[in-house]
Write a protein that binds this ligand. Structure first.
Ligand code: GTP
Ligand code: MG
Length: 423
């Protein structure tokens, strides 16, 4: 691995190089009768490893894939992924360890009604997958374990073990806590939280096994990709422009402008990472010691919003292979962005040929759509009426906006009031 990294310049994560994590994966596979790969539902194939699935089957385990974070997908997106996994013959379970709205921001609340209406409208559609409640998931896992031929004999206690494996930060520990209805294992928004495997009984029918997050070696990925997918810690990233450029290419520019109250360049001028970060840093008054916009700080905030899914308007969901990303607004990439995306397609990990095909077809049919789309745009500057971006407790927009606390006069006043106490 080190040789490949040095010679070919491929990005290797600390997870891939940590032999202890691999040892723990083998131990989980050894003791489990069923192995569930947990993936982030926003881009399941990025996180899904067919090799691991095949290996687990070789070890005599029943396997399934669990799409977690389904609260971040629309019913149409869920349906598309269900159809994909059905066609692929992979058993897929849909789950949300954090129910929708538990960390909702204002955006989420705004769209909640619209989504509820959409869901109601789509409810009649039988192909929409059922997002399981914890009890339903426990039932499904018990069925899976029961199906394993050696379910009872190979487990020391006779109770089948279900191993939950997957990339860091996909929600393995959160899913276990949701199943147990208690915070039994630590969870964190920073990837790499779980360091040692842990087994926990779920009633007397099942034992769950939490595993440290693992990155399957995949030489097509870039570290920028791993950051935007939440696999590498945002606070440790060295280059902030790469990951933010991916967001610029994927997320609707208008949504970015509206959510953050930014003034961004109008198409056809491309939206660059530096442009977005400068606008954001200037709005919040984030500057370095020399008065230069603090791009790293801006990048960390924007990337965290995106990775946590805190701002639903900025959630990017990958379309299944064979379904063009352009088919939606549902898969929330605008056609204008797809032209740029085609260029960066080779960088997209686990993208596969299907995704590339989809992007190139989309790019070919861009021209007319672009004209129509840009023609509808007004030239207005898009500042929010409040003048203050949502969510971040940033500085005031007037005066010395970079000052966090404009309360020096208040301090002075208090000093005068209490001066007699100092004497
Ligand atoms: N929106 C949403 N967030 C979730 C969901 N499940 C987990 N998360 C968040 O994802 C982050 C990672 O969760 P963990 O359970 O620690 O992930 P993990 O897979 O155990 O990560 P490692 O221990 O690093 O391998 C946390 O910030 C959770 O709050 C979900 O269903 N929806
Ligand atoms: Mg964990």
């Amino acid at each position: 691995m080190a040789l490949l990294e040095a010679k070919d310049g491929v990005a290797m994560t600390p997870y891939e190089k940590n032999l202890d994590f691999w040892r723990q994966l083998w131990r989980v596979l050894e003791r489990s009768q069923a192995v569930v790969q947990i993936v982030d539902a926003r881009d399941p194939l990025f996180f899904y490893s067919p090799d691991l699935d095949a290996y687990a089957k070789e070890c005599g385990c029943q396997t399934a894939v669990l799409l977690n974070k389904c609260d971040l997908l629309t019913p149409i997106q869920l349906t598309a992924w269900r159809q994909y996994f059905q066609t692929a013959g992979t058993r897929a379970l849909f789950f949300s360890a954090k129910p929708a709205g538990s960390e909702a921001d204002e955006d989420a609340q705004d769209v909640a009604q619209a989504e509820a209406d959409e869901a109601a409208a789509i409810h009649v559609n039988e192909s929409m997958p059922k997002v399981l409640a914890p009890d339903g998931l426990a039932e499904a896992l018990a069925d899976l374990a029961a199906e394993a031929s050696l379910a009872s004999s190979s487990s020391a206690t006779g109770v089948p073990v279900v191993g939950l494996v997957g990339y860091p930060n996909v929600g393995k520990s959160s899913s276990i806590n949701a199943l147990l209805r208690a915070k039994k294992v630590p969870e964190s928004a920073t990837p790499g939280r779980t360091k040692h495997l842990q087994t926990l009984p779920l009633g007397d029918r099942l034992v769950l096994c939490d595993c440290p997050g693992l990155v399957m070696p995949q030489f097509v990925g870039t570290s920028a990709d791993l950051v935007v997918h939440g696999v590498l810690p945002i606070d440790n990233m060295r280059d902030c422009l790469g990951p933010v450029q991916l967001l610029c290419d994927r997320i609707d520019r208008q949504a970015l402008a509206e959510v953050y109250g930014l003034r961004l360049p109008e198409p056809p001028e491309p939206l660059t990472a530096a442009g977005l970060l400068t606008a954001y840093a200037e709005l919040h008054g984030y500057t370095t010691g020399h008065g230069v916009p603090h791009l790293d700080r801006a990048a960390r905030e924007i990337l965290k919003d995106s990775v946590t899914g805190r701002r639903k308007a900025l959630v990017y969901c990958q379309a299944p292979p064979g379904l063009q990303q352009i088919d939606g607004v549902d898969f929330n990439s605008r056609p204008s962005e797809l032209s740029i995306k085609t260029a960066t397609m080779s960088m997209t990990a686990a993208a596969g040929e299907d995704r590339e095909d989809a992007a190139s077809v989309a790019a070919a049919s861009l021209t007319d759509f672009d004209k129509q789309f840009f023609a509808e745009k007004t030239a207005d500057v898009r500042f929010r009426a409040t003048g203050r971006p949502q969510g971040h407790s940033g500085a005031e927009q007037t005066g010395k906006s970079w000052k966090r606390h404009n309360n020096s006069s208040k301090r002075e006043k208090l000093r005068r009031v209490y001066r007699h106490l100092d004497q």
